[in-house]
Design a protein around this ligand. Structure first.
Ligand code: PLP
Length: 376
């Protein structure tokens, strides 16, 4: 099999070809308008996206990392907030950890559930205390954390003042019951990195909330700390905004998020049908959106080599827990000794291609290879 025949983890040219007409029309209109930042197109997309998620406020920012950092700043820097720790899972790619350290907060790592790899309620409750400034829940791989259960646990422990930040970078349109991820916590963040379930053609991010005071704080922080033009109202501001061209593209793609999520789910279901013995695909819940097709497998190197021989690319999300990253070894952190499930899983994770523009031949090629691996 030649390299040309291999099934890639993603191919964004196909997305472009599919939406080319509409995207080129909207991008051209935006360029011709002569208004490329802070304009009507961003406002329109922000309004449409906040309606899609089901919250009142949406601030468009430069990327998902900024979104997390700004959201965490907004919910932890309120008067009277004394805690210094932020409860996070250690397996979610490092984004929440970065946001903590940039805010001078200490990540307190907690463990995950094996079948979903999502943060574990009991571990969260064990870590939660008067020192907790916030909890970041990452809806990893498109799976949905049961935020309501965490809220109920916090209320029972007398800790309902602790704000919950949802990192929805991998979960656009995911649902738990009829609630949409991003509307469950106190504030939520999104990345529109090109491969996301809703992706831009460049960088982009958003902070969403129905808390008007938190939204005002984020709006100030993303624009130099200004309370009004050239007047600084809060410290630690910076520039973080999405440009109008990206907003125009995202507004085109927003209408198809649910149907494309359905296509992702259908692909993952096919993989699940042919596996289960040597390879277990993760279970993110009924309303999960299959951002990635991630499986746990015992002999990962052999599996990856096997798939490569059959022309299927694979990847690892993510190879190192945040608490074990060499470059972060000297930074303050807690909880890294209590991560039995995270540690047992990290060397077994493997992702296979799963994106809406895969051809049926490619899906079949992946299924054939998976079936063969299972039969060995
Ligand atoms: C879970 C998660 N959070 C945050 C981010 C950061 O987003 P960005 O790359 O847009 O900064 C990413 C993605 O790349 C992500 O997957």
């Amino acid at each position: 099999m030649t390299k040309q025949d291999s099934v890639p983890m993603n191919d964004l040219r196909r997305l472009y070809q599919r939406y080319q007409g509409e995207i080129e029309r909207e991008v051209a209109n935006t360029l011709r308008s002569g208004w490329w930042l802070n304009g009507a197109v961003g406002k329109r997309f922000a309004a449409n996206f906040s309606r899609f998620i089901g919250v009142s406020e949406c601030l468009l920012v430069a990327n998902g990392t900024d979104a997390l950092e700004l959201a965490l700043a907004a919910v932890t820097k309120r008067n009277g907030m004394r805690g210094r720790e932020v409860i996070v899972a250690a397996n979610a790619g490092g984004y929440a950890s970065c946001a903590c350290w940039h805010n001078d907060l200490v990540p307190h790592y907690v463990d995950i559930q094996p079948a979903s790899q999502l943060v574990d309620l009991q571990s969260v409750m064990k870590a939660a205390s008067a020192d907790t400034a916030a909890i970041v829940v990452t809806h990893l791989y498109g799976g949905v954390v049961d935020v309501r259960a965490i809220r109920a646990g916090l209320a029972e422990a007398g800790l309902s003042h602790i704000p919950i930040v949802e990192d929805c970078a991998q979960a656009h349109g995911a649902r738990i019951g009829s609630d949409v991820a991003g509307s469950l916590g106190d504030i939520s963040t999104f990345s529109f990195y090109p491969t996301k379930n809703l992706g831009a053609m460049g960088d982009g991010g958003a902070v969403l909330t129905s808390d008007v005071a938190a939204a005002t704080h984020v709006r100030q922080l993303q624009q130099y700390g200004w309370s009004s033009k050239y007047h600084v109202g809060v410290p630690n501001g910076r520039n973080s905004r999405m440009d109008e061209v990206q907003a125009a593209i995202l507004d085109v793609l927003l209408g198809d998020v649910d149907s494309r999520n359905g296509q992702r789910r259908a692909i993952l279901s096919q993989y699940k049908l042919v596996t289960g013995r040597r390879l277990q695909f993760l279970e993110g819940g009924a309303g999960a959106v299959a951002h990635l097709a991630v499986a746990l497998c015992d002999d990962r190197d052999a599996f990856r080599a096997f798939m490569k021989e059959r022309g299927v690319d694979t990847d690892i999300h993510y190879p190192v827990l945040d608490c074990d990253q060499v470059g972060w070894a000297d930074l303050p952190m807690k909880g890294s000794e209590n991560l039995a499930v995270s540690r047992a899983s990290v060397s077994r994770l493997c992702s296979v291609p799963c994106y809406p523009d895969m051809t049926s031949d490619e899906i079949e090629q992946v299924c054939l290879a998976l079936r063969e691996w299972e039969a060995m």
